[in-house]
Design a protein around this ligand. Structure first.
Ligand code: M6R
Length: 366
């Protein structure tokens, strides 16, 4: 059932070109430049009336939600608040009627996420959930649903569900952007054209797994890792760090690159590899200067950069190039090498990647 792969996690990483496609399949019209989301549960008028957007989730799904904030605020120009479900539900949140409340969950059974959705519903918000498991409790209790259609995810470390969630968020952002008049038909078409190239780009990254293995071999004995990203790739730094700690038991932290000088820089020395995410976007130069500060303190730098990039390639100790794409789509591509890195570091350390200690696939306790 692992289709020849040594672990479910690796199999699921490799399924992503297909699962990303499955999340999009049949859900858009090129001619209209629009997403077609029949189960979304809200009429165009209701979407147009939405005041604020909330995204609430846990763990990796919360990271997808953080990417969603950058995406929705850019594509829909509506304020988005992202919360960890266990924080949201206990603080008497200021949800109002006409708010759009998005939850994200692979399992659809996470206790805190479910409780948050119930609370929001009770306060009059409309709940739309991005869920992988068909017929799960969250799917049944939501007003609208966007299935990720990734198939069963067995590995405790979430991989294909995460990129499925991001893909679903693009579809939702496209729909909202069109309905609310922020995106024109031509804009919508341009988005769809970019989206459909993702599976091929992911395949190209997977074909270079050996490069990630080489990086893992150089650094797997380290005890701490720092992951830095900016803007829409800041949540990907968090996700990269979470993947590493879950399955390799190495302490890892994700940080917004610009925050480094406000504290974590004190930790940096030659024993702390720093993974830097540097897509070609308007923040690129800023990220390069953060990297220089890291280098000056002799930390080994693992740079993930856009193809064709030279500057960082010269300074970093290890470089992995990622196909150049629209900045808002880059998170999906940057997530893939980080999944592979966590996987190979864990394997080199002899850890059981499919069943990491102390973790359950779905967290139904509060
Ligand atoms: O099923 P859910 O998406 O609601 O699960 C949320 C988290 O428990 C989950 O993402 C967890 O953080 C994963 N083990 C991450 O790899």
């Amino acid at each position: 059932e692992k289709s020849g792969f040594p672990h479910f996690m690796l199999k699921e990483i490799y399924e992503q070109p297909q699962t990303i496609l499955d999340t999009m399949r049949g859900r858009y019209s090129f001619e209209e430049g629009e997403a077609d989301l029949p189960d979304i549960g809200l009429t165009n008028e209701q979407f147009a009336a939405v005041g604020r957007i909330w995204i609430v989730a846990c763990g990796t799904s919360w990271h997808a939600g953080l990417v969603g904030k950058y995406l929705l605020e850019e594509m829909v120009r509506t304020p988005v608040q992202v919360d960890i479900a266990s924080e949201f539900r206990y603080r008497n949140p200021l949800v109002e009627k006409n708010d759009l409340f998005i939850t994200i969950s692979q399992s659809g059974e996470t206790a805190d996420t479910l409780a948050a959705a119930r609370e929001a519903k009770q306060k009059g918000a409309r709940v739309v959930s991005i869920v992988n498991v068909v017929g799960s409790t969250l799917a049944r209790e939501s007003d609208g649903i966007l299935y990720t259609h990734c198939g069963p995810e067995i590995g405790v470390a979430s991989t294909k569900a995460f990129t499925g969630q991001l893909t679903a968020l693009y579809m939702l952002a496209l729909h909202l952007g069109r309905v609310r008049g922020v995106l024109s038909k031509a804009d919508g078409k341009a988005w769809l054209e970019r989206l459909v190239t993702l599976p091929t780009l992911v395949k190209r990254i997977l074909a270079r797994e050996a490069e990630v293995v080489a990086i893992a071999k150089r650094f797997y004995k380290k005890r701490n890792f720092l992951y830095l990203g900016r803007g829409i790739n800041y949540p990907i730094a968090l996700e990269g760090a979470l993947k590493l700690k879950e399955i390799s038991y190495i302490h890892a932290e994700g940080y917004a690159a610009g925050e480094m000088k406000h504290g974590p820089i004190a930790l940096i020395d030659r024993d702390m590899p720093v993974v830097v995410l540097a897509p070609r976007d308007r923040l690129y130069e800023k990220t390069v200067s953060n990297l220089m500060e890291v280098k000056a303190r002799r930390a080994p730098v693992i740079a993930l950069v856009a193809e064709g990039e030279r500057e960082l390639g010269m300074t970093a100790d290890a470089v992995f190039t990622v196909p150049d794409t629209h900045p808002l789509l880059s998170p999906i591509l940057f997530a893939i090498p980080l999944q592979l890195l966590a996987y190979h570091v864990a394997i080199l350390r002899g850890a059981d990647v499919d069943q990491p200690r102390n973790l359950a696939k779905s967290v139904t306790v509060e």
